[in-house]
Design a protein around this ligand. Sequence first.
Ligand code: SF4
Length: 606
Amino acid sequence: MPFIPTTAEEMRQRGWSELDIIFVSGDAYIDHPAFGVPLLARWLENHGFRVGIIAQPDWRSKEPFMALGRPRLFFAVSAGAMDSMVAHYTPARKLRHDDAYTPGNRHGARPNRATVVYTSRLKEAFKDVPVVIGGIEASLRRFAHYDFWENKVRRSILFDAKADLLIYGMAERAVLEIAERMRAGEGLKEIRDVRGTAYGCGVVDINNHAIIPSYEEIAASKEKFAEAFRLAYQQQNPWSALVVVQQHGSRTLVCNPPSLPLTEVEMDAVYALPFEKGPHPSYTETIPAWDQIKSSVTSHRGCFGGCAFCAITMHQGKTIQSRSKSSILAEISAMTRKPWFRGTVSDVGGPTANMYGLGCNSPDAMKKCQRESCIFPNICRNLRTDDKPAVSLLQAVRSLDGVKHTAVSSGVRYDLLERQPAYFSELIAHHVSGLLKIAPEHLIDHVTEIMRKPGKKTFETFLARFREESLRFDKRQYIVPYLISGHPGCTLADMLELALLLKNIGIKVEQVQDFTPTPGTIATCMFYSGLDPMTGKRVYTATSDREKGLQKSLLLWHLPAERPKVMEALRELGRESDSGMLWGSEAGNVQRTIRPRGKVFTKKAR
Ligand code: SF4
């Protein structure tokens, strides 16, 4: 199937003089289901709509936004696969010089706060055409929220952008319903009841709605901020959520309940759309994000882990939506026929690889469930943890013609190890590629508790099992532990304990993620308010760049460049004597791990 039109000439080649819906995206156009805009464009095209894409328009004038003319129904705006501020700045708020979603890895192809800027240019160009905003930036900023880059509470992005409607979460159902109703003659302003959408209005009947503290209240009070976050978070179960209402001055933000998850049949239909599986031919330079994902396959969506620093629950939801084995195999078989395919499937996964095929065994409990996580602080008795579907999938992928090797490079939740022994054996025996990425994030128990992650004991059990099994299969392979410094709840002393503990168990890390307070996470709420929104307890948070820097350096104690900062941290803690424990006789057989984490390419929204 030809690429979705991006120019008037490409519209003409299809015999179209007018489009129904035009997407405007902050990412380059790569026709692959790993990218939201192309996926939704193909989805609408499949339902009979004429769709176009304007990718990375120059936002300094309105002309590039007029390249495909005036759409019959609406414009759909997305900042891209990442929040534009996360894409542009490091956790220390320093400007990045690259952009993996742009040809040539070049910085500067999209503006800061792209959703707001694009909407404004579209309104200049076509005042009366509705603009619907979506994607991760709009989704996670749907309520009034803390913005780390300005260090202040901002209004809902719907009001900042002056858009007509906001779609949050995975948008297939919502965008299709809106498009079909508009095609049937309804105006966008009349469409007020679609799940997964938010809109602004003057007055609203608040019966049976969840009212959360207003923008003005949460901007003035951190307690109110935490309360608003908790109340909104509690309305994320699609089967029991109420409409959430938040006042912004005289304007009311109305957020409908989340979309219902896609069934297996629907997931298969989405991934069977006729993608070209490649960047638009107009690009002459490599796009790093494409290189990273082109030989990977998404097996499922959603995550029930509930990690405090992750926004998946607020975006994709807690329900695992898996594709059928045959759908995944068909996609990989087609991939093996691509000229660039060299025999390695680089990933079979989703936000958390070993959640494929898992879910809640009790439909009644699931529909009322208010737990943040199905596995923290303990594994829920209703959770189906059967690893047969995942094992059978990996075995089938390995045996496909043309596949020489299959890696699992999405993260795994190792606290499911006891329940999934066959999956872990399979993984360790066949799918590690030398390095297995896991995400303990920390190992000091009171910190992991705040993160909603398993603690030290679970990690040590996993590590022992991983090493034993690797030996049994005669494999020389290591784990890459993802660790976060500066997370709410973590002090400088905790970081030193973590550094000593890692040394004792023989692991050196070479990259550490400094915590970034991205919109929509429990941890960001803690960072700003100093409160755990779910328990109301005070949480210590390192907020100065200096302390965050010292925390990070402690985990990198073995790098010569970090030594002055490590000494500064030890002096501050009055524990200079511990320098001997760090730099004294190094533990034999220390595993050095390289953490390939800079920009986010994984399927997990962080
Ligand atoms: S009842 Fe248990 S398994 Fe089901 S959704 Fe809730 S926490 Fe998860």
